[in-house]
Design a protein around this ligand. Structure first.
Ligand code: HEC
Ligand code: HEC
Length: 340
């Protein structure tokens, strides 16, 4: 059977994984309950496979050149490798760094500024953005309806002979909310699984992380559901004020979504505008370069790390890499089975 996560991970010790929680869906039982409403869009194998096909479908863009996967590549945690600001149609440069996609069912809001508050609505933004796919849902649905193959696949999932915009968005969600990462070294260490142990350096890094970082990058998801100002200076060419741009409330000035740190080793460059190339630069920012502003978080102002501390933290951050997730074939480009 397809998503039996239990096949990937054998839990014999302290923690167990709930076998079938949301039909095709699994996560460790000590994690919080997801916020996504599965009742309105239950994940099924057919729905997931259709969403996967759509995620890799370039016809979502005006000229058939850009799929979601162009900016969300599996091997880099579904983010845009090497691009500070993401590139879309006609090589146009967007205004922000692509976000990594994982454990999205636990998110209440999406985008760096939380401008989208429902997963099923999120895809509208890249589809219609003139820097990304420069199309419209109507146009996408028209192209999909012209394909008898897609009409059949949609029928199997939604029992409707006409493909609708709503079903297109729901199918995409079935794929994107299933991208769950919880089999990193860190997870196995916490679960006392496969005899995984931490070196002294990793243990020291974990302690430093708990003391300096985890108030925002909170385990087990390594993110918080609110928006914070982590002391970045304003880029005066982009003038991106983050959450403030949505709420117009001065308390939100320069606050951005706290991104997850899972698979962070592979999601460079970092921050909403991709200004840092390496994790060492990120740590240097937290220690030396914090811009004190009215909304800068107090925790940030107190971070002190020696060179050794920084090295230990970097070693710890690598334990959040989940290779089973990054190379999970269920999430990869869906190749057609060769005809017999
Ligand atoms: C041209 C590059 C590009 C394309 C194409 C693209 N995205 Fe994105 N994606 C981004 C960027 C950049 C962000 C962050 C946007 C922001 O904060 O304003 C993002 C954010 C997201 C998020 C929010 C993640 C979070 O944690 O809040 C999701 C989900 C997502 N994209 C899914 C998709 C899907 C599904 C498609 C295809 C329909 C798609 N993307 C196409 C670049 C792209
Ligand atoms: C007060 C909350 C807060 C604390 C404490 C904090 N961060 Fe962050 N972190 C954020 C926010 C918010 C962002 C995104 C900022 C942006 O892009 O504008 C971020 C971004 C990052 C990124 C880049 C992620 C990406 O996908 O681009 C890394 C790496 C990171 N933090 C690591 C750490 C480490 C390591 C610590 C502890 C030394 C730490 N953070 C402490 C709030 C915090």
């Amino acid at each position: 059977m397809y998503i039996s996560f239990a096949l990937l991970v054998s839990f014999t010790t302290a923690f167990t994984v709930i076998k079938v929680k949301e039909s095709y869906w699994d996560y460790p039982d000590y994690w919080p309950v997801p916020v996504y409403d599965f009742k309105k869009n239950p994940v099924t194998e057919e729905g997931f496979q259709l969403g996967r096909k759509l995620f890799y479908e370039p016809d979502f863009s005006r000229d058939g050149t850009i799929s979601c996967a162009n900016c969300h590549l599996q091997a880099t945690g579904f983010t845009h490798v090497d691009h500070d600001l993401s590139h879309g149609i006609d090589g146009r440069i967007g205004k922000r760094n692509s976000l990594a996609l994982m454990n999205l069912a636990w998110n209440k809001s999406f985008m760096w500024d939380g401008g989208v508050n429902h997963m099923d609505m999120q895809a509208l933004q890249p589809i219609t953005s003139e820097d990304e796919m420069d199309s419209s849902l109507k146009e996408v649905v028209k192209k999909l309806n012209a394909s008898s193959k897609y009409r059949k696949l949609f029928y199997k999932v939604f029992k409707d002979s006409i493909i609708t915009g709503q079903h297109t968005l729901k199918a995409l969600s079935q794929f994107t909310i299933s991208l769950n990462s919880y089999t990193s070294k860190y997870d196995k260490y916490i679960r006392k699984e496969d005899d995984v142990t931490f070196t002294d350096q990793e243990k020291s890094g974990l302690e430093l992380f708990k003391n300096n970082c985890s108030s925002c990058h909170r385990a087990p998801l390594f993110t918080a559901t609110d928006f914070k100002n982590n002391g970045l200076s304003i880029d005066t060419t982009l003038n991106d004020y983050g959450r403030y741009g949505i709420t117009k409330n001065p308390v939100d000035f320069l606050k951005f979504k706290v991104p997850t740190l899972r698979n962070i080793q592979f999601t460079a460059p970092y921050m909403h505008d991709g200004r840092f190339e390496s994790l060492r630069e990120v740590l240097d920012h937290y220690v030396n370069a914090v811009n004190h502003n009215k909304t800068t978080d107090n925790v940030i102002k107190d971070i002190k790390l020696s060179q050794n501390n920084k090295t230990d933290l970097l070693v710890f951050l690598k334990t959040l890499s989940d290779f089973e997730f990054l190379y999970d074939k269920r999430y990869s480009f869906p190749r057609e089975k060769p005809k017999p």
